[in-house]
Design a protein around this ligand. Structure first.
Ligand code: IPD
Ligand code: CA
Ligand code: CA
Length: 260
């Protein structure tokens, strides 16, 4: 059976978005609980992951799945990588910056990436070596230096607070604005949409990043992260950039902080 994984991921993400929104509309069914510091989970996170897993079991039965809520199931190197709701805190509070993230790793490389942000009306889809599209329109990231550079940042309790604050300081000292939207997927989408010149987070899990990395690379951007084999096992530092801000990687690096 040949599986059109890009089409499958887009249709799953849309179905998942509808389910998440319908569950949020009934606070009784949302059941918000705390997983850890600054980390919520709702009944919608679990329901969306279950839906995606059921659909994948029918449409791509040989593939294994790595999902944020249920971990890795199945065998083999190839796997789907799913964040059922990225930006759960935003989702639970009713702000629009959350998304469903679905990616495919073929055992060697991340090959499919879809981010669907229902409240923003944005869907980005790409294959490795193919096109990156935002709401059906091909995106090519511009190489011209931006006026008013902005870097979107992510921070979680996995990372070091002094290092996060030092990065903000380094950016501001260089005349670069920063934003934090509380959803890595919105950072990646924002780079594609032209809102930001880069997204950076020091300790990101692969389900937060996999789809975004495929999208940014396919659009002609540059991504930096640990090799996928180790990223599947533990968080990695991630930078996804248009390349418009010269020297951004070294500006954000810890070595640079030491030198300050
Ligand atoms: C989190 C968000 C947040 C990022 C964290 C993620 P979740 O995902 O993407 O912006 O900084 O690293 O864990 O918990 O909302 O799926
Ligand atoms: Ca996430
Ligand atoms: Ca999540």
């Amino acid at each position: 059976m040949t599986v059109d994984r890009l089409a499958l991921a887009v249709s799953l993400a849309n179905e998942a978005g509808d389910l998440a929104r319908s569950l949020r509309s009934d606070p009784e069914r949302l059941k918000i609980t705390e997983k850890g510091p600054m980390d919520l989970v709702t009944a919608a996170d679990h329901a969306v992951e279950a839906l995606v897993r059921n659909r994948l079991a029918d449409a791509d039965p040989a593939a294994s799945v790595l999902g944020e809520e249920e971990g890795r199931t199945g065998v083999g190197r190839a796997c789907w990588i799913v964040d059922p709701i990225d930006g759960t805190v935003n989702f639970a509070r009713g702000t629009p910056d959350w998304a469903i993230s679905i990616a495919y790793f073929d055992g060697k490389a991340l090959t499919v990436g879809v981010i669907h942000a229902p409240d923003l009306g944005l869907t980005a889809a790409a294959t490795r070596g193919g096109k990156a599209c935002l709401n059906g329109v091909e995106i090519r990231l511009d190489a011209a230096r931006p006026i008013g550079p902005i870097v979107a940042l992510g921070y979680s309790s996995r990372g070091s607070l002094p290092e996060y604050l030092a990065r903000i300081e380094a950016l501001l000292a260089d005349g670069i604005e920063h934003r934090r939207h509380g959803a890595a997927t919105i950072g990646f989408l924002g780079v594609l949409a032209g809102w930001f010149d880069a997204y950076h987070e020091p300790m990101l899990n692969i389900w937060d990043a996999a789809a975004g990395l495929v999208l940014i690379e396919a659009a002609g951007g540059i991504v930096h992260h640990d090799p996928v084999a180790s990223f599947l096992e533990r968080p990695s530092e991630v930078l996804a950039e248009t390349g418009q801000i010269a020297g951004l990687r070294s500006l954000l690096s810890l070595e640079a902080f030491g030198a300050r």
